[in-house]
Design a binder for this molecule. Structure first.
Ligand SMILES: NC(=O)c1ccc[n+]([C@@H]2O[C@H](COP(=O)([O-])OP(=O)(O)OC[C@H]3O[C@@H](n4cnc5c(N)ncnc54)[C@H](O)[C@@H]3O)[C@@H](O)[C@H]2O)c1
Length: 248
């Protein structure tokens, strides 16, 4: 039980990577609050995960929602010691001159402002918990630009997540609070299968040095490690998990 005694919040966890993180966190002993805008899928996962879990409907871009999520977590399980900022959207794929300001702001609100708001609202709870770990899910789009898939909003927001992570890490290290970012490459989730058809996934797999796309379990292994005390001396770091794609 690598997450025994932890109280965790995981966002965007009704499906995809976040849902797998929630399953693994419960299996590793964490009391797990998981959130999403998709209330139906969230309720179904809560029924699967049982008493050690709590689903809260939550728009990560809403500050009022964040206050309610932290209050619900504290009321049911106590002070929060792990935050996984996972919720994210791709938004329209369009070259910069063709992207509306409104679409840019929507993507930044869900991918970037959410990470600030979650961090802001969870930090006092983490200080009460005596320390904690913040795991921010960025992307390889927060490390390099992606040729052939124009999306400045996604790139801006995912680079910003990396910056927020490093700044928070140095501001709160003295409170025993760590913050690290995770940068997945191609991972098989609904986000991927909505964006790519089977042939495109085959091409994507061929472009990865390890010759496959990632699975949600690959990312959960890393997130559990970063959430656990095993990573106690790691903070302000970025973890690329892409089968070698950005090493090319
Ligand atoms: N799948 C990939 O290949 C890949 C690669 C790099 C990074 N990522 C990042 O990993 C994270 C998880 O991606 P995924 O592939 O599991 O995506 P997904 O689309 O399968 O799941 C994302 C979840 O976030 C929820 N969500 C969306 N907007 C929300 C909001 N405003 N408030 C709360 N929840 C919201 C969705 O309802 C959904 O359940 C995202 O941040 C994504 O950008 C994914």
């Amino acid at each position: 039980m690598r997450l025994n005694q932890k109280v965790a919040i995981i966002t965007g966890a009704a499906q995809g990577m976040g849902a797998e993180h929630a399953r693994r966190f419960v299996a590793e002993g964490a009391k797990t609050v998981f959130t999403d805008i998709n209330a139906e899928a969230g309720a179904a996962l809560e029924a699967e995960l049982g008493e050690a879990s709590l689903f809260v409907r939550h728009d990560v871009g809403s500050e009022a929602d964040w206050a309610a999520v932290v209050a619900a977590a504290e009321a049911k399980f106590g002070p929060v010691s792990v935050l996984v900022n996972n919720a994210g959207i791709i938004g329209p794929v369009a070259k910069a001159a063709d992207l509306s300001a409104a679409d840019f702001e929507t993507v930044c609100r869900v991918n970037q402002t959410s990470v600030f708001l979650g961090t802001k609202h969870v930090l006092p709870s983490m200080v009460r918990a005596g320390g904690g770990s913040i795991v921010n899910i960025s992307s390889i789009s927060g490390i390099v630009a992606i040729y052939g898939t124009p999306n400045v909003a996604y790139a801006a927001s995912k680079f910003a997540v990396r910056g927020i992570t490093k700044q928070v890490a140095i501001e709160y290290g003295e409170h025993g609070i760590r913050a690290n970012s995770v940068h997945p490459g191609y991972i098989r989730t609904p986000m991927m299968t909505e964006a790519l058809d089977a042939d495109q996934i085959k091409v994507a797999s061929g472009s990865v040095p390890i010759k496959r796309v990632g699975e949600v379990e690959d990312v959960s292994n890393l997130v559990v490690f970063l959430a656990s005390d095993e990573s106690g001396f790691i903070t302000g770091s970025e973890y690329i998990i892409d089968g070698g794609l950005t090493a090319l």
